[in-house]
Design a protein around this ligand. Sequence first.
Ligand code: NAD
Length: 277
Amino acid sequence: MAYNLLKGKKGLIFGALNDKSIAWKVAERAHEEGADLVLTNTPVSIRLGTIDELAKKTNATVIPADATNTEDLTTLVEKGMEAVGGKFDFVLHSIGMSPNVRKKRAYDDLNYDFLSKTLDISAISFHKVIQTCKKLDAINEWGSVVALTYVAAQRTLFEYNDMADAKAMLESIARSFGYIYGRSKHIRINTISQSPTLTTAGSGVKGIDKLMDFSERMAPLGNATADECADFTITLFSDLTRKITMQNLFHDGGFSSMGMSKSAMVQYEKSFEDCND
Ligand SMILES: NC(=O)c1ccc[n+]([C@@H]2O[C@H](COP(=O)([O-])OP(=O)(O)OC[C@H]3O[C@@H](n4cnc5c(N)ncnc54)[C@H](O)[C@@H]3O)[C@@H](O)[C@H]2O)c1
């Protein structure tokens, strides 16, 4: 159901690779709510993915950019404003990648060049996006910037590897820049900490199926889907949340507040019995 929450607003969305991507779902919902959109991804992801299909569906313009490259970002923001005919009201950063995870380097055997890439792509790019927008005065007063993160920033989850460090940095950037952009332009910056979700990036996390089963058992409301994440993101882009800033907001069915649940206990008891067989 649409509520016209983003009627007349213009948005810039990073990270829609295919129809599993969280950014894809956000773009669909933002379009339904009346926003004009610019979609972006790296040239290789545009080639390998299906973003053009999304652009058609949402009447959006696609402009390629590597979010770690400030020249690309400047061109993207300038051309993007031309495409939508004005400044943006919201920006979504839905970007993550770890070469250490991809190449199966364990956390106690990291390749440091890879670590720099992980941090640049998954965290520092968020700073680069915001700084570029601020320099070009590309976001309207009371605009909203959101990035997607994961609870591994606060708690250690087996095999999440150096992405945990990237997410901790990403959330810190939201607070540090939230103060500066909030004071100067009333622009709010938040992160959404989403449940594990079966996307291309999610599938790269070792044992994602077990992780999803575990958090499904732990969370009283169950895992949040990508569609539900899109719904929540829309509220943060809307005018109904104008005083929320510098927050990390858990969208995880309650997982992050749990220690042990009945459903997880039952599962644990089962494997305990198996061990004693
Ligand atoms: N899937 C999950 O379980 C989960 C859970 C919590 C948070 N998140 C976060 O959600 C965000 C979106 O991931 P997703 O799960 O939708 O997976 P996805 O693979 O669909 O999206 C990741 C995107 O990052 C883009 N990207 C990578 N390098 C880039 C670069 N240099 N410049 C611009 N874009 C680049 C990819 O092209 C891709 O579109 C990520 O930040 C991810 O960490 C995912």
